[in-house]
Design a protein around this ligand. Structure first.
Ligand SMILES: [Fe+2]
Ligand SMILES: [Fe+2]
Length: 320
């Protein structure tokens, strides 16, 4: 490479400080070193780091590597995700589920605001795993979810709670397969991802939506499903994203599927979604208690909209 082309290439790179890389994390972007003005790949996408190597680089005087400028947004996402606190396993389920709710909501905020990277998907999987472990240990821990619904954070807290309620319903319906439960949890985490591009004034509108605003709002299941490919999430979470607004009598959207065509995992997530929406306060409704939420579903939605077995399982998780 001539000096001229090396100098031109250098404009495409920025320094990336080693201290930003955490032990036991994977960077989902390439990092380079330079040798005689040439950029040489040091660690490829997905490289797993450990502290010995990081210390070795620092001790050898390399306090920075180089990153392509086009990868800077991925790096920002990596830093945000790795900075989230981890979930302490030694806490009892009621306290642990509250931590998962807090950290999960912060994570889902990143998911809605940033780019979907491998770090993001790994973090979602690890939150889903911790949640399933916690709820399987004590299903009644869902009673300790906060119901918190800060204005701009509504969708993030809502999504992590939908995920948790869905796992509790599934366990009480007798589902025991961990992979299936983790997929349900992932479905809850991602179910409203299609809302990320809906303007906040429509999402939080206090009055009724106009027909055109309603059209935008109803597009979120398909928008979300289009954003997430099969290589990122498997069938169950993708079905939850696409069909969580369907109703068992076929009057839901986007496809008007009925009880015969909807996967049980989707029907579980739909009930969890409705229950959390009813029991959180939002700009256009004040919060119902958990009892009032269940009572509303029983009298207004059980006949046509939601799965009776899932409803019974939710009541069992919250009773006592
Ligand atoms: Fe939704
Ligand atoms: Fe939702």
């Amino acid at each position: 490479m001539s000096n001229l082309s090396a100098a031109k290439t250098a404009k495409e790179f920025s320094l990336y400080r080693i201290e930003k890389i955490l032990d036991n994390s994977s960077t989902d972007f390439d990092l380079f070193i330079t040798l005689e003005s040439h950029f040489i790949l040091y660690s490829g996408n997905g490289y797993k780091w450990n502290k010995d190597e990081l210390n070795g680089l620092l001790q050898a005087g390399h306090d920075s590597l180089f990153i392509r400028n086009i990868d800077l947004t991925k790096a920002k996402m990596y830093e945000t995700i790795t900075a989230l606190p981890s979930i302490a396993k030694d806490l009892a389920p009621p306290e642990r589920i509250q931590k998962i709710e807090q950290i999960g909501a912060q994570f889902i905020k990143c998911l809605h605001e940033g780019e979907l990277t491998e770090s993001t998907v790994h973090k979602a999987e690890s939150i889903a795993k911790s949640m399933v472990e916690c709820v399987a240990e004590d299903v009644s821990c869902v009673k300790f979810l906060s119901g918190l619904a800060e204005h701009d954070y509504y969708t993030y807290f809502h999504s992590i709670r939908v995920s948790t309620y869905a796992v509790a319903i599934a366990i009480n319906m007798g589902l025991t397969d961990r992979a299936q439960l983790e997929n349900i949890a992932l479905g809850g985490i991602f179910h409203d991802i299609g809302k990320k591009d809906i303007p906040i004034h429509i999402l939080n509108k206090a009055g009724p939506l106009t027909p055109s605003e309603w059209k935008v709002m109803r597009s979120h299941p398909e928008e979300g499903h289009n954003q997430i490919s099969e290589s990122v999430l498997s069938l169950v979470p993708r079905e939850i994203i696409l069909h969580h607004h369907e109703k068992r009598n076929g009057s839901g959207y986007p496809h008007g599927l009925d009880r015969g065509s909807l996967m049980v995992e989707v029907q579980i997530a739909t009930l969890a979604d409705i229950f959390d929406a009813l029991t959180s306060s939002r700009s256009y409704q004040s919060k119902r208690t958990k009892y009032e939420g269940l009572d509303f579903i029983k009298h207004k939605l059980l006949k046509d909209d939601v799965c009776p077995d899932a409803f019974k399982a939710l009541v069992m998780a919250l009773a006592g």
